[in-house]
Design a protein around this ligand. Structure first.
Ligand code: ADP
Ligand code: 5GP
Length: 211
């Protein structure tokens, strides 16, 4: 009885579990994430990554990413400022310790949107997130979505589609993800995402309404 009480107390003190969203570029991670943050204002916080890629129209420095040069990013990595980092489609991406700490200090569910290598690296840390994979219904649909998004050059698009094949294979490896969601119909996929996170959402709501 006491053991159960203390283990509950410890888990409440540790705050909500972070969430890792991964899956091929174009699968719909950002779309789902934005819906979630909008519906659950004050529950989730986005871990703002660093990247060496250029901002897309509509993206904002400090909100979507911290846009940095390779030299700045490498210096941060060498300095031990990053929990994980990876090269994707010719650019560097990484999660700084500060990005996660900023969110966790507010007692929010920290969401990391990271690619496959990042997932592998996070598994070597003590972050203990819920791992969720967002998958496209097919490669053909993925290609269409990426093309219609009109954010990538043809060369970049090809790199992303190539990486997508590996990401899809990775998601099929047993035990890599706690939840696999196929984003065919957006509302269905969103419903599944919310369902997977309900327990953590309720934990945060309970703490916030009792304080
Ligand atoms: P990711 O963040 O995984 O790279 P995005 O969220 O940018 O992917 O989605 C890629 C494109 O597909 C966007 O233009 C988005 O509007 C569109 N999209 C996302 N989910 C769906 C869906 N279920 N049905 C149709 N289009 C979608
Ligand atoms: P995009 O350029 O489309 O924003 O992101 C490309 C890929 O990089 C996506 O799969 C996204 O999940 C991943 N990504 C974004 N931030 C990070 C990060 O901090 N670390 C890692 N490993 N991947 C990231």
């Amino acid at each position: 009885m006491y053991v159960r009480y203390f283990s509950r107390l410890l888990s409440a003190m540790a705050g909500p579990r972070p969430v890792v969203l991964s899956g091929p570029s174009g699968a719909g991670k950002s779309t789902l994430l934005k819906k979630l943050m909008k519906e659950y204002d004050g529950v989730f916080g986005f871990s703002v990554s660093h990247t060496t890629r250029n901002p897309r129209p509509g993206e904002e420095n400090g909100r979507d990413y911290h846009y940095v040069t390779r030299d700045v990013m490498q210096a941060g990595i060498d300095n031990g400022d990053f929990i994980e980092s990876a090269v994707f489609s010719g650019n560097m991406y990484g999660t700084s310790k500060a990005a996660v700490q900023d969110v966790q200090a507010k007692n929010l569910i920290c969401i990391l949107d990271i690619e496959m290598q990042g997932v592998r690296n996070i598994k070597r840390t003590d972050l203990n997130p819920i791992y969720i994979s967002i998958q496209p219904p097919s490669m053909a649909v993925l290609e269409k979505r990426l093309r219609d998004r009109k954010t990538e050059s043809e060369e970049n698009l090809m790199k992303r589609l190539h990486a997508a094949k590996a990401a899809i294979e990775f998601s099929k490896e047993p035990g890599q993800f706690d939840v696999l969601i196929v984003n065919d119909n957006l509302e269905d996929a969103y419903g599944q995402l919310k369902n997977a996170l309900l327990e953590e959402i309720n934990k945060v709501k309970k703490v916030n309404t009792s304080s």
